[in-house]
Design a protein around this ligand. Structure first.
Ligand SMILES: [Zn+2]
Length: 436
């Protein structure tokens, strides 16, 4: 079956950033077979025609770092000091179950799809439930069970994440949408031998690695005290700095660390809004991008961000780096949109598969409507996407060749049902929090 998207402006995000003002994309099965100018003679006779109505046809957005199982905790203890250790870890121990992760994931996925995200990288607990939700939604995911040096919701023993990952890999091997990953939580929450073990298993099992890296000041101090190294140097010594790794944050890094990341082929997830909310310094993401390091955008979890859509991040990313450099010309919209699409695919090491609209790539495509008030007039489509668009402007979402949202209607998820189930769980959480 073919699908043809026509009557729109195609931002292909290919290596020349080709824009087709009157463009068309043809999908054959799960793959793009044509991107270019609209030619009616090329439309196969038995095609489903999708009219973009003059909107923007572009690659789906990629969220390179999140924890979607946390969405039912959103707005809880926002802006509390030392939230991670005082609030988050104990809270998770008490409330996080497979059922909660599944429901919270479904809820987040509705938000993600409605905002045009077609691929996400996630690390949390009971990641198989995140995968179940992702398959139901029809979204692409690189998913890793958190590995930590203390008991977690998924395991009474420290490092239970290793056992979990092996089982998860077995149940999801060969799935076209889901790639299980190893997810060592951070340099400060695994000991050195287990960091090394993670690197060895990633090679042996041939899977990606997701981790937080160089995110907090206490992490930098702890690793310096114990090893006399920076967190990036420690990962390099442990064998983790490889083209398998996507490292989230990379805030506390110097030029030497940037060189190490660059030469290792490691990808980086830039989570600017979550970092700002935690009062952290700005990651040298622009410098890394300009040096050719694969870098994409991430929202971080819904407790940190607090939203999990990428469009809200675009303007932030442009503006914060201008402020940081006192230069309005840096981080122009083309660069930001590159990070949100093909850059994210590079950071997750799947740019051969997705991230741009090119023949041979998987059909992960969105149509962004240009009908809303702020989306007029448009002299520059990249500017419109970065500075004017809102997630609600996303009109249509296609993932792996399948229609997932058409004219704002979700085809795979029942939003009302998901919210009703989630609300029941929130009532329970609120009740238990009264004596927390
Ligand atoms: Zn995170």
């Amino acid at each position: 079956m073919n699908m043809v998207i026509r009557n729109g402006v195609v931002l292909s995000m290919d290596s020349n950033k080709t824009v087709y003002k009157k463009g068309m994309v043809i999908i054959t099965g799960d793959t793009i077979s044509y991107t270019g100018r609209e030619e009616s003679s090329m439309i196969p006779r038995t095609s489903e025609i999708v009219d973009a109505k003059g909107g923007i046809i572009m690659p789906g957005l990629i969220n390179t770092h999140t924890h979607i199982g946390m969405s039912l905790f959103r707005t809880l203890a926002d802006d509390t000091a030392d939230r991670l250790k005082k609030y988050l870890f104990p809270l998770e121990k008490k409330f996080v179950t497979p059922a909660l992760v599944y429901q919270a994931s479904l809820y987040s996925l509705t938000e993600m799809i409605e905002g045009g995200t077609t691929t996400f990288a996630d690390m949390y607990y009971f990641e198989e439930k995140v995968a179940d939700a992702a398959v139901k939604a029809g979204i692409r995911g690189i998913l890793g069970e958190s590995i930590l040096n203390f008991p977690a919701p998924d395991s009474k023993e420290p490092y239970g994440g290793f056992v979990y990952t092996e089982k998860f890999m077995d149940s999801y091997s060969g799935n076209p949408l889901i790639t299980p990953a190893l997810a060592p939580h951070a340099p400060y929450s695994l000991d050195y031998n287990n960091l090394k073990k993670t690197a060895e298993l990633a090679e042996k099992w041939n899977i990606p690695v997701l981790s937080h890296l160089a995110e907090t000041p206490f992490e930098t101090k702890q690793i310096a005290d114990e090893f006399g190294l920076s967190p990036v140097q420690l990962y390099s010594r442990a064998g983790l700095l490889t083209p398998r790794l996507t490292a989230a944050h990379c805030i506390y890094i110097d030029d030497h660390d940037i060189d190490l990341i660059k030469h290792s082929g490691t990808g980086v997830a830039h989570n600017v809004a979550a970092n700002l909310k935690s009062g952290r310094p700005i990651s040298p993401a622009l410098k890394m991008f300009d040096k050719g390091i694969p870098i994409g955008l991430g929202t971080d979890g819904p407790m940190s961000g607090n939203t999990v859509d990428i469009i809200n991040l675009l303007g932030y990313t442009a503006k914060i780096h201008k402020l940081d450099n006192a230069d309005r010309t840096v981080m122009p919209p083309e660069k930001v949109l590159e990070m949100a699409t093909i850059g994210g695919a590079r950071a997750l090491h799947i740019d051969d598969k997705t991230g741009s609209l090119e023949a041979g790539k998987k059909a992960d495509i969105i149509i962004v409507s240009t009908d809303s008030t702020p989306m007029f007039p448009i002299y520059d489509y990249y500017s419109a996407m970065v500075y004017c668009a809102s997630p609600r402007d996303v009109n249509t979402v296609i993932i792996n060749g399948k229609m997932i949202m058409q004219e704002r209607e979700l085809t795979t998820l029942n939003k009302n049902e998901i919210k009703t189930e989630a609300a029941k769980m929130v009532v329970k959480i609120k009740k238990q929090l009264e004596d927390y």
